[in-house]
Ligand binder design. Structure first.
Ligand code: UD1
Ligand code: UDP
Length: 356
């Protein structure tokens, strides 16, 4: 049973579900954490994720409310369906609820993207990651660093380095995105001549002072900036009366959240990506586009070590300097498994469930 509920999880499941169905019977449960078509339906359509078998309709709320609603809805479903394994992805409230409900029901949990750490407990995602990893049976890691984090924490589950399933999706869809997407003309930008920005971390947008620094940083970026607004960010900008300022900022192109093909078309053609997203840092690396990360820390430390990602938090001067730096020389190491992570995930899930 694959339990997914928000944008990056639909992308991750796109890599795994297709493969999994060759050898197993998969049920997809959509928690309903993300429900707008722009954050949900479009990814099922574009990436060929099979339609959900069950929809929990959890909707929005505080972290605790949302997690509790998903947990309560999952419990009877797990009792009814008794899957051999629950497969969860990443670090969101849907991941935590899926892990906990399955573990409480005595169902094995496979955690894809296990072991990622920012070591910043103020992030809701960090708490989710730690709790999920310690309740999971099969820990499927994207990086060697994640393997070491789990070893240091003595996580009890079986650990494997599989690579990153998001990389599988990017490598499969970058070609079709170049062929099919009209995003460059839609947004009136030329390759290499614009910055693609995304922001939605609670730590950046929920605190009005931090949000105001984010707006100042974005206003300071010279040239064209394409900024698809996550609904959380749009809502906070409206509440703070800051949306109008961004709308009139020089070169700023605000838009609704983009579909995957349009987004990676833009990411691949941007002169740099400016983001606080986890997934987008990896995608920039894989697309050979310099990334500037508006956070004080990252789980994807290899991108920083390789010279393709710079952490600037919300410091405008540091961000501008990072955006102007020359591209790093030399070949980039293959950090994320070369597009074969989903195969390894499916083999390990099959082996684990056969053994039980
Ligand atoms: C969640 C995850 C975050 C992940 C992100 C991916 C948690 C704690 N956070 O953050 O780790 O990076 O998804 O995008 O699980 N909203 C809509 N329409 C929707 C969904 C949400 O308008 O379809 C608005 C609501 O006002 C909601 C807000 O966005 O309150 C935040 O949504 P939520 O799912 O709680 O968190 P994200 O910020 O999306
Ligand atoms: N993404 C997208 N459209 C957008 C912004 C992001 O398709 O407008 C994709 C992006 O390519 C990546 C995923 O959404 O695959 C990242 O999700 P998000 O930034 O919401 O979450 P995070 O990775 O930070 O948890």
């Amino acid at each position: 049973m694959t339990i997914i509920g928000n944008r990056p999880q639909f992308v991750k499941a796109a890599a795994v579900s297709r493969q999994l169905r060759r050898s197993a019977q998969e049920l997809i449960v959509h928690t309903g954490q993300h429900y707008d078509d722009e954050l949900s339906g479009v990814f099922f359509d574009e990436l060929g994720v099979p339609a959900p078998d069950r929809e929990l309709g959890a909707g929005s709320g505080t972290n605790t409310e949302q997690t509790a609603r998903i947990l309560a809805a999952l419990e009877p479903m797990l009792r009814e369906l008794r899957p051999d394994m629950a497969l969860v992805y990443g670090d969101t409230n849907s991941t935590l609820a899926g892990t906990l409900a399955a573990a409480q029901a005595g169902i094995a949990v496979g955690h894809v993207e296990a072991g990622m750490r920012s070591f910043d407990r103020s992030m809701p995602e960090e708490l989710n990651r730690v709790l999920c990893d310690h309740a999971s049976d099969l820990l499927l890691c994207s990086t060697q660093t994640a393997m070491e984090n789990l070893e240091a924490e003595r996580a009890a589950g079986e650990r494997h380095l599989v690579g990153d399933v998001m990389a599988d999706v990017l490598l499969a869809f970058r070609g079709p995105a170049r062929e099919r997407s009209t995003a460059l003309t839609d947004h009136g930008v030329d390759p290499g001549e614009f910055v693609l920005a995304t922001a939605h971390r609670a730590g950046n947008v929920d605190d009005p002072q931090r949000l105001s620094r984010l707006v100042e940083l974005l206003e300071a970026v010279p040239g064209a900036v394409v900024f698809p607004l996550h609904p959380r960010t749009r809502a906070r900008l409206e509440e703070a009366g800051l949306l109008g300022r961004l709308q009139v900022a020089d070169g700023m192109r605000l838009s609704a959240p983009l579909g995957y093909l349009d987004f990676i078309r833009l990411a691949g053609a941007a002169r740099a990506v400016l983001t606080d997203s986890g997934g987008v840092q990896k995608e920039a690396y894989l697309l050979e586009v310099p990334c500037v990360t508006m956070r004080p820390n990252t789980e994807w430390v290899e991108t920083v070590e390789a010279g393709w990602n710079v952490l600037v938090d919300l410091d405008s001067e540091a961000a501008l300097a990072a955006l102007e730096r020359p591209r790093p020389p030399g070949p980039r190491p293959d950090l994320y498994g070369g597009g074969h992570a989903a195969e390894r995930v499916c083999d390990l899930v099959a082996a684990y469930t056969e053994r039980r």
